[in-house]
Ligand binder design. Structure first.
Ligand SMILES: [Zn+2]
Length: 163
């Protein structure tokens, strides 16, 4: 097992460079090394943090933002990830907690999908239909105004000419 001091990732002994950051200077990990456990989205981190706290495993959580944009200015959760770090001796235990967390997340997502079958699809279809009808009604209105003006103009000129 090799350790990258820069991003705190562990990799195979055969690795020439860190799979996370590409750094070449890898070393043997010590028992005091903080190791990258997992990187998750901000939304996931909000749910994982209490799970980790409940497990009793000491951990650190740091934002690993792309471009360093604070997550509060960034509605896209994918761009504001959180990385969890634990000490090497607790890594295995912590990985089990994360695996359990992932399983729970998957089950909850599945349950949510089953409870709401195509509920989001219906309003979208309706909205598009309403937009099409509104567009057609607008075209019809323009046509009526044009035709109406034409009719009024023709009759007015006809009346004026006749007078
Ligand atoms: Zn690295």
């Amino acid at each position: 097992m090799l350790y990258c001091p820069k991003c705190k990732a562990l990799c195979d002994d055969s690795a020439v460079r860190c799979p996370e950051c590409g750094r070449h200077k890898l070393r043997q990990p010590t028992q005091l090394d903080k190791v990258l456990l997992v990187t998750v989205t901000e939304m996931e981190a909000q749910r994982l943090e209490p799970v980790m706290q409940a497990s009793g495993i000491p951990f650190e959580m740091h934002a690993s933002n792309i471009d360093g944009i604070p997550s509060m200015y960034n509605s896209d959760a994918i761009l504001s990830n959180q990385s969890f770090y634990v000490l090497l001796p607790q890594l295995e235990e912590a990985e089990k907690v994360v695996a359990q967390f992932r399983q729970q997340e998957a089950e909850q997502a599945k349950a949510a999908a089953e409870n709401a079958p195509e509920e989001e699809e219906m309003p979208r279809g309706k909205r598009i239909a309403v937009q099409i009808v509104s567009a057609l009604a607008f075209i019809l209105l323009i046509w009526l105004v044009v035709m109406g003006t034409d009719w009024v103009a023709n009759h007015l000129f006809g009346w004026l000419r006749g007078a």
